[in-house]
Design a protein around this ligand. Sequence first.
Ligand code: C5J
Length: 221
Amino acid sequence: MNPIPAQPYDYPLPEHPKLALVIIDMQRDFLEPGGFGDALGNDVKRLQAIVPALKQLLDAFRALNLPIIHTLEGHQSDLSDCPVAKQQRGTGNLKIGDAGPMGRILVLGEPGNQIIPELAPQLDELVIPKPGKGAFYKTPLEEHLRDRGITHLLITGVTTEVCVQTTLREANDRGYECLLVEDATESYFPHFKQATLEMVRSQGGIIGWTASTNAILSALE
Ligand code: C5J
């Protein structure tokens, strides 16, 4: 396969089965009014901008029968997997576990804790609930990737500087070749997204690569 034109240099593509699309936390909690992102005082509409690019990537990966992994940030209903420090964080009225307009905030299975309908996972796609910001912390993700021989990850989703960047760094430390998809990740803070893209590409790609959805789609054709 052709390498993907990327920064700071081309991203070499492995054979098909070794490449996975990872979509981080595209859940109502972060993208819709009444959820956790809103409770923290953010303009949640900003994150909707990446949905079309993500849909294009999903369609391409589905057409090529490549692995797709979705994650969902959420906690057990008794909050036994939510450290007190995380629960108490923030200055808004609603905290993790409180009842909000879309059910209990960041609790697994609640209406707000569903992936948005446009990107709903198909039955054969892995959905990893995660109690932390990183997708490797207290989840079976690493075992899943190892079992399938996956070595290369296209990382997308929200928010760029929190769960996306944490996951990318965790993956990089575990030896995965990570490419952050520039127009398929978003933040409530544009300058945080920009800074994250620059951090990833800096120092010769010290923790990975970045590329656009179009560059990826052309290389996958
Ligand atoms: C946050 C996330 N921002 N998915 N979670 O709390 O980035």
